[in-house]
Design a protein around this ligand. Structure first.
Ligand SMILES: *Cc1c(COP(=O)(O)O)cnc(C)c1O
Length: 850
């Protein structure tokens, strides 16, 4: 049977046209009124269409149109929402106020990520990394930076999870019908759709470019599922993180290489490239190739790319990185790069710790690091971990000065704060919390919120969460074929006034989802205390190939079914942004038990804090920064153990202790009107301290100030006059590298009348550097107080000035005020200096005083 298929587009009457515009801008994902508008159309339809406005519109009939147009309340809400969207677009934003003129200079940031989590209806994400990229885009829009994003348009979403009657995770794959998504094909000036081509092994792949609007910024999505492609190629963008290593490699070729080509085809000329995690690192290689095609030599091209790239790593262990073999790179990158004159060893070199070590594979993260000027981890602790992890690339750098910094993650507050709290914040903090969430002063007014209003809002949200969990449970039981009485019982689980603990995350073994259940008897006592009951809501997926993770879920599933836990613990299946939002809104305590330092940042706890929830967590990732004694509780004091069994035991005991002795009493310690005053105080501290800092507006501003603007300026400098700056810099660099052995600190010393706090010392170093001029050198006194004798671990670098030059000896000096007491250690170091070098040890060259 032959079946013809057509997509019949909805044609909205003119009066309802604004609906189309609203449905096609993901602005609705953080504006409740906009979503409410589609719910108003038809609540059941809204649920059926999985909260997807475009899908809702596609289901409407002429009869619906007439009903809506004739409904003045609806039309009024629609006009209001439409007006707000247009207002939002026109609003003057932070970037043009803080960095006026940069846009006119052509500053353009291109952000590359393998996944984007924007709203539950747009299934282009699997978890934390995606939600972070989505939030990055939303805040880029809010603060108005010149920003475009690039990703893949997956034919299938990340799997839906459901548990069978034995609690074993089952997976079903959602199909993304692009006609029902807020995506549209990108067209050129003549109205033709834009396609780019990339060679994969023996043949070319056509890649279609789609766009998705997120506020005022655009996310461009690449799609290979085209009838003009052979089946193997059509399936490249089939599934996020689907398939084997070859498939991953092909996807990353599309993301990085087709991504750069698509930007070019659309006429963009980005000055800054932000590679989010290793997946898009091929973008840097493609840019090099393009420069080489235009006649630049390979070294200069690599330098140009490096000087305009930022690389962000999210992984705390080397095993988390994508690595490809020589044969894979040869097979897939060869046909793309060899015609442009590259050989495979050159390509391999970019992805190796030691470029010349032929036994090393190609690591995407190493390529990202080698081909960037700035690199960062995603929390202070993860910055440290990353410096350790990659220190072999800078063998001469002090560990703490390995040139990898950090920008701590955040969350997009308007997306994750509940309506009840939004209203309270707006009343007591003004709308500034929404427009300037990065302004700490704004959040101080949290203290003004009356305790009862705040605690009541939490109660309301807890109640909504309980209702949501019951509904979900009912559906789950029905799907598993539960009995009528089991289904009816779902209405009785949980209670809106009970202290509620949330635990939701990927069930990877390092997250230790089992820690809370180490002593079931003790847990049962805690939950079932009639005066001070506690309940737990759990959610999370295990990676389809991770049987260890599935075992943990199964174990928890069976615990939930025991009589002593049945009403008190609910496992909500299919953790996604919707579930995350409900949990963030309603839980009192957010539990997180990773094995430190395996949680690079984590962001779910931040969503909780912004809604007045308190974290109870291992001091890992962001919580090592967010915890201050009043924002929640710490498990442990940041120890790392050798024996995991022992650690699990110690930390689970501490977890129970904290619950029994501190958390539960505090929550139930009510005053005459039923308010837990000390608890409410902590809720406010969580909002004041955490929401103010751990939001993506602050985060993207930090990226902008620390990295984007600098890279833009650097790129402008080096590209001037046919990349003259880049060639000159390269010449300089090669000179410095070849002449570096001639640098010598002939003499150095510290002079002081008396060494005491508040006194001054003079640092002096005499340098001989026959092959390198003074302008190309920076000389430092490297000062540290206390710590182990004879070693400098985390010193300060005090720059010395050239004081005199006598023959081949240059004398450098600085006066230094001593502000510390204790053991003062001083070393002297000379390093290369150039205004394009953004880190002391960037070139891995240093001469220490002997
Ligand atoms: C916020 C969020 C995450 C991040 O979770 P962490 O455990 O904090 O890393 C993951 N998945 C979803 C759906 C989220 O909304």
């Amino acid at each position: 049977m032959k079946v013809y298929e057509f997509n019949v587009k909805t044609k909205l009457p003119d009066k309802l046209r604004p609906l189309e515009q609203i449905a096609h801008n993901l602005w609705y994902s953080w504006n409740w009124e906009a979503r409410e508008l589609f719910r108003m159309i038809n609540m059941e339809l809204w649920e059926q269409c999985e909260h997807n406005p475009v899908w809702v519109l596609s289901k409407l009939t002429d009869k619906d149109f007439r009903r809506l147009v004739g409904d003045p309340v609806f039309m009024n809400v629609m006009d209001n929402v439409h007006e707000r969207l247009n207002e939002y677009k026109m609003l003057p934003k932070w970037f043009d106020l803080a960095h006026g003129g940069k846009r006119e200079e052509g500053m353009q940031i291109a952000y590359f990520s393998a996944e984007y989590g924007i709203h539950e209806s747009v299934k282009l994400y699997s978890g934390g990394l995606g939600v972070l990229s989505g939030d990055h885009c939303k805040s880029a829009s809010d603060i108005g930076i010149p920003f475009i994003a690039v990703g893949l348009l997956y034919r299938n979403g990340y799997f839906h999870q459901y548990l069978n009657s034995d609690g074993w995770q089952q997976q079903s794959i959602p199909y993304n019908d692009f006609h029902r998504m807020p995506v549209t094909p990108v067209k050129d000036a003549n109205g033709n759709e834009i396609y780019v081509q990339v060679r994969i092994a023996e043949s070319d792949v056509n890649v279609k470019v789609w766009k998705l609007e997120i506020g005022v910024i655009t996310l461009y999505l690449l799609d290979t599922d085209l009838t003009t492609n052979i089946p193997q190629h059509r399936s490249i963008t089939a599934q996020l993180y689907g398939g084997d290593s070859d498939m991953r490699l092909k996807q990353e070729i599309i993301l990085g290489i087709a991504g750069v080509r698509a930007l070019k085809a659309m006429g963009f000329r980005p000055t800054v490239y932000h590679l989010n995690e290793g997946h898009p690192s091929f973008a840097a290689l493609e840019r090099i190739r393009l420069c080489v095609e235009e006649g630049m030599n390979l070294r200069t091209a690599a330098e140009v790319v490096k000087k305009s790239t930022l690389f962000t790593t999210h992984t705390p262990v080397p095993a988390g990185f994508d690595v490809f073999s020589f044969d894979q790179i040869k097979k897939y990158l060869g046909p793309i790069f060899e015609p442009s004159g590259f050989n495979i060893n050159q390509i391999m070199g970019f992805g190796r710790e030691n470029p010349f070590n032929e036994s090393e594979s190609f690591a995407m993260a190493i390529a990202g690091i080698r081909l960037s000027t700035f690199r960062n981890g995603v929390s202070a602790l993860h910055g440290e971990v990353s410096r350790q992890m990659f220190k072999n690339l800078w063998s001469n750098a002090l560990d703490n000065y390995v040139p990898i910094g950090h920008v701590t993650n955040g969350v997009h507050l308007p997306t994750f704060i509940a309506e009840s709290f939004k209203m309270i914040y707006t009343r007591y903090l003004s709308e500034a919390w929404y427009y300037k969430p990065y302004d700490f002063d704004v959040w101080n007014d949290v203290e003004k919120i009356p305790d009862n209003a705040f605690f009541d809002a939490k109660r309301k949200q807890r109640e909504r969460l309980v209702i949501f969990a019951r509904e979900r449970l009912k559906k789950q039981v029905m799907k598993r074929g539960g009995t009528a009485s089991e289904i009816a019982k779902a209405d009785d689980v949980l209670n809106s006034d009970t202290l509620t603990i949330g635990f939701a995350r990927r069930f990877a073994t390092y997250k230790r989802g089992y820690l809370l259940f180490m002593d079931e008897e003790r847990l049962a006592k805690i939950l079932n205390n009639p005066e001070r009951p506690v309940q737990i809501i759990i959610a999370g997926k295990a990676h389809p190939k991770d049987d260890g993770g599935k075992e943990i879920i199964k174990k928890i599933f069976h615990i939930c079914r025991k009589p002593e836990f049945r009403d008190k613990i609910v496992f909500v299946e299919d953790y996604d942004i919707e579930v995350a939002r409900h949990l963030a809104h309603g839980v009192d305590i957010w539990l997180n038990t990773p094995l430190r330092p395996m949680e690079a940042s984590g962001t779910s706890g931040m969503k909780i804090a912004a809604n007045g929830g308190l974290n109870l967590s291992i001091l890992d990732g962001w919580w090592a920064e967010g915890y201050n004694g009043e924002t929640g509780w710490a498990i442990g004091a940041g120890e790392e153990y050798d024996k995991q069994d022992y650690q699990d035991f110690v930390e689970s005991m501490e977890l129970y202790d904290k619950l029994e002795n501190e958390i539960i009493p505090l929550f139930y310690n009510r005053d005459k009107v039923g308010i837990p005053r000390e608890w409410t105080h902590m809720m406010k501290q969580a909002v004041k301290v955490c929401a103010a800092f751990f939001n993506t507006s602050r985060m993207v501003m930090e990226y902008t100030d620390k990295y984007y603007v600098q890279l833009h300026e650097l790129y402008k400098d080096i590209s001037f006059n046919g990349f003259e700056g880049a060639s000159k810099y390269l010449e300089w660099k090669e000179n410095v590298i070849s002449g570096w052995d001639s640098v010598e600190i002939a003499e150095s010393g510290v002079q002081a009348d008396s060494i005491e706090m508040g006194g001054y010392v003079t640092f002096e170093a005499k340098i001989r550097s026959p092959k390198i001029d003074n302008e190309s050198l920076a000389v430092y006194a490297v000062v540290e107080f206390d710590g182990e004798s004879g070693v400098l671990k985390n010193p300060k670098f005090i720059a010395l000035e050239l004081a005199e030059k006598n023959g081949d000896i240059s004398t450098y000096k600085a006066h230094f005020r001593i502000d510390n007491a204790g053991k003062m250690k001083v070393g002297f170091a000379a390093v290369p200096f150039h205004k394009y070098l953004k880190n002391i040890f960037e070139l891995n060259l240093v001469m220490w005083a002997k």
